[in-house]
Design a binder for this molecule. Structure first.
Ligand code: BG6
Ligand code: MG
Length: 218
C-alpha cells in the first residue's frame, strides 16, 4: 500500500469558523456574567464543545448541575448554527479549494478529521462535501484531540497506512494528535504556536502544489 492520504481539519483550516464559535461563546458568557475575550477563545480551538463549556465555567468559577450544563451546550450550539446558516463558498479560506481540486484531480484519498459535530452541514454550506472520501467528526470519535483517534479512524477509512497520511491542522492539540498518530503534520497558522508540526505555513497560499506532490510521492 503506497498511497498517501490527506486529512484536513475543518475549523481554522478550511473555513474561519472560530469567529462564529467566539460570538456564540461570548453571548453565553455575557449571559452568565463571565468575562470572555478573543484571547480566551484561542484555548477553545480544536477543543470539543463539552470541554469548551467546562473551561468557560472554570473561568467563571461556576459549578452547575448536569441539566443546566446540557441546556447551555444546546443554547451555544443553536446560536452557532444561526451563524453557520448564513455561510457560503465565499468563506472558504484562500487556496483551500485549489489544493482540494489538485488532490482530487490526482485521485488522492481525502478525509476530514474534525472535532466538530457540525462538520457535514458546514461542508455542505460551502459546497466542499463532495471532495471528501470520508468524514470523521465529533460524532464519530470517543477521544478528543490530542488523542490520535480521529486521524487513525480517518486513515483506516481511507485504507491508507497512518505513516502515509498528511494532516493539515491549525490547533496545537491537532498537531499533537497527528504526531501521536505518526502522520506528517502540517501546521496552518503561526509557526511559533504550532512549532511541533513537521512543516509550517501561514495559510494555503504559501503551499506550493509541487510540495504536496513530493509528499504524496515520497
Ligand atoms: C473544533 C473547533 O473544530 O470543533 C472548536 O476548533 C470547537 O473550537 C469544536 O469547539 C467542536 O465544535 P462543534 O461544532 O461540535 O461545537
Ligand atoms: Mg481547527
Amino acid at each position: 500500500m503506497n498511497t498517501t492520504g490527506f486529512i484536513f481539519d475543518l475549523d481554522g483550516v478550511i473555513v474561519d469558523t472560530a469567529k462564529y464559535h467566539y460570538l456564540a461563546w461570548k453571548k453565553l458568557a455575557d449571559e452568565l456574567g463571565i468575562e470572555f475575550t478573543k484571547e480566551d477563545n484561542e484555548q477553545f480551538k480544536g477543543v470539543s464543545r463539552k470541554r469548551c463549556l467546562e473551561i468557560l465555567l472554570e473561568m467563571g468559577g461556576r459549578s452547575v448541575s448536569q441539566e443546566q450544563f446540557d441546556a447551555w451546550m444546546v443554547e451555544k450550539n443553536e446560536d452557532y448554527l444561526a451563524h453557520i446558516e448564513k455561510m457560503d463558498a465565499s468563506e472558504i479560506l484562500p487556496d483551500v479549494a485549489k489544493v482540494l481540486e489538485h488532490l482530487k484531480s490526482n485521485k488522492t484519498p481525502i478525509a476530514l478529521g474534525s472535532a466538530s459535530k457540525n462538520a457535514r452541514p458546514i461542508l455542505e454550506k460551502v459546497k466542499l462535501l463532495s471532495y471528501f472520501d470520508t468524514i470523521v467528526d465529533g460524532n464519530s470519535v470517543s477521544k478528543a484531540k490530542p488523542d490520535p483517534e480521529v486521524f487513525l479512524i480517518a486513515a483506516q477509512q481511507l485504507n491508507v497506512a497512518p505513516d502515509r497520511c498528511v494532516v493539515f491542522e491549525d490547533a496545537v492539540a491537532g498537531i499533537a494528535a497527528a504526531n501521536a498518530a505518526e502522520m506528517v503534520s502540517i501546521g496552518i497558522g503561526e509557526s511559533d504556536v504550532l512549532h511541533e508540526a513537521d512543516h509550517n505555513f501561514t495559510d494555503f497560499t504559501e503551499i506550493d502544489l509541487t510540495f504536496l506532490d513530493a509528499l504524496a510521492n515520497k
